[in-house]
Design a protein around this ligand. Structure first.
Ligand SMILES: Nc1ncnc2c1ncn2[C@@H]1O[C@H](COP(=O)(O)OP(=O)(O)OP(=O)(O)O)[C@@H](O)[C@H]1O
Ligand SMILES: [Mg+2]
Length: 353
């Protein structure tokens, strides 16, 4: 596709709905400021009801914001109807035309745009090749597997060459294995087509696997916009830390710029702008510590379970329970319930909040 890639910018965007139970207004999305670079793959991620679909539908034009302005490239688009925006949406339900074959489903948007037959044939054939459905033009869509239907839906959105492609949980009807292979496909196709993509999911591993940036939302608010790595290693708050991967939070007191005290023991940890004596939470990922017969912080094993790739432990430290995963357990000492152990932290794995 030869079209110019477009970025998307949300400036102070809010959407107010009426709660059907209480009849009171509430912010489904509140003061969202989001900048999406042209050609990037960005995921809106967060628990059910946090405002992901509402945000996406405002970009598509199916909902209008109550506050703020949305830009596509440099153009403000609040006043434009969905078909006047340079966007295309792939729905969770695929929304295919059931009595049409694959070709006609994909060609539909081009026919609406009154393109000539030969151009349509060429564009549809090219796109079907891109999504791996070449030669299947004449199959009816109700004779397709879920994964194939998903590809048709994707082809139908891509063929009109939108500046921005929008996805709302496009893989949620597929089984776990197919989800993983289709998400890799979607990423490949997005990169080959060089298109800007905004993708909604509540599955954090899906988001991490495909995104240049993740936008993590909670209760209508944007909590963090960053690369998946930054969100994992440097979460803005406990919610983000807990939502992206697994996290332990250890109570600690700041001793100096790179020392904290956890359960009476001093441990190396960068404390950023936190002042000496401040109480804080240390984020420890389950793979961020190893166990040994000696080390920095002592605990007692409460649970120990072989999981194949790792040994899964719950370690009691003071009054806190800490989850640790020790990878490649075949080559490690295995501790049992009731054993005393010491935690040793790998360099730079602790993060103070
Ligand atoms: N048309 C509407 N009228 C009133 N409230 C609505 C409407 N649409 C959505 N909501 C509410 O707005 C909030 C955000 O909804 P939204 O659909 O954006 O959530 P979501 O993050 O996509 O969740 P999910 O993961 O379950 O799809 C929810 O509390 C929802 O109940
Ligand atoms: Mg939704």
């Amino acid at each position: 596709m030869s079209k110019e890639k477009k970025g998307v910018r949300l400036e102070h965007i809010s959407k107010i709905y009426k709660d059907p139970k209480t009849g009171k207004d509430f912010y489904a999305v509140k003061d969202a400021n989001i900048e999406i670079e042209p050609g990037s793959f960005v995921t809106l991620l967060g628990p059910s009801g946090c405002g992901k679909t509402t945000t996406l539908r405002m970009i598509a034009g199916f909902e209008s914001p109550d506050e703020g302005e949305i830009y596509l490239g440099n153009e403000p688009i609040n006043a434009l109807t969905p078909n006047k925006r340079d966007t295309a949406m792939v729905f969770q339900s695929y929304a295919l035309l059931p009595h049409y074959n694959i070709f006609d489903n994909v060609a539909y948007g081009l026919k609406l745009r009154k393109m000539d037959k030969e151009t349509i044939r060429k564009k549809v054939t090219d796109i079907l090749g891109l999504v791996g459905l070449e030669g299947m033009e004449n199959r009816m869509t109700n004779q397709l597997s879920g994964g194939q239907q998903q590809r048709v839906a994707l082809a139908r959105a891509l063929v009109i060459e939108p500046g921005v492609l929008l996805f709302d949980e496009p893989l949620s009807n597929l089984d776990a294995k197919l989800r993983v292979s289709m998400r890799t496909e979607i990423r490949r196709i997005q990169q080959e087509a060089g298109i800007t993509a905004i993708y909604v999911t509540h599955d954090q591993s899906e988001a991490m696997a495909i995104s240049d940036k993740v936008i993590i939302m909670k209760g209508g608010l944007v909590e963090q916009i960053s690369t998946p790595q930054e969100a994992y290693y440097y979460p803005n708050n406990k919610f983000v830390a807990d939502f992206i991967g697994e996290a332990n939070f250890l109570k600690a007191i700041v001793k100096s710029q790179d020392i904290v005290e956890i359960n009476g023991e001093e441990v190396k940890c960068s404390t950023g702008s936190l002042g000496n004596g401040a109480e804080c939470s240390i984020v420890l990922r389950p793979e961020g510590a190893t166990l040994g017969d000696n080390g920095s912080i002592m605990g007692e094993v409460e649970y120990s379970c072989f999981m194949g790739a790792y040994q899964d432990y719950h370690i009691k430290i003071g009054d806190e329970l800490v989850k640790i995963q020790e990878y490649n357990p075949k080559n490690k000492k295995i501790y049992g319930v009731g054993d005393k152990v010491y935690l040793n932290f790998e360099e730079n794995t602790l993060y103070a909040l």
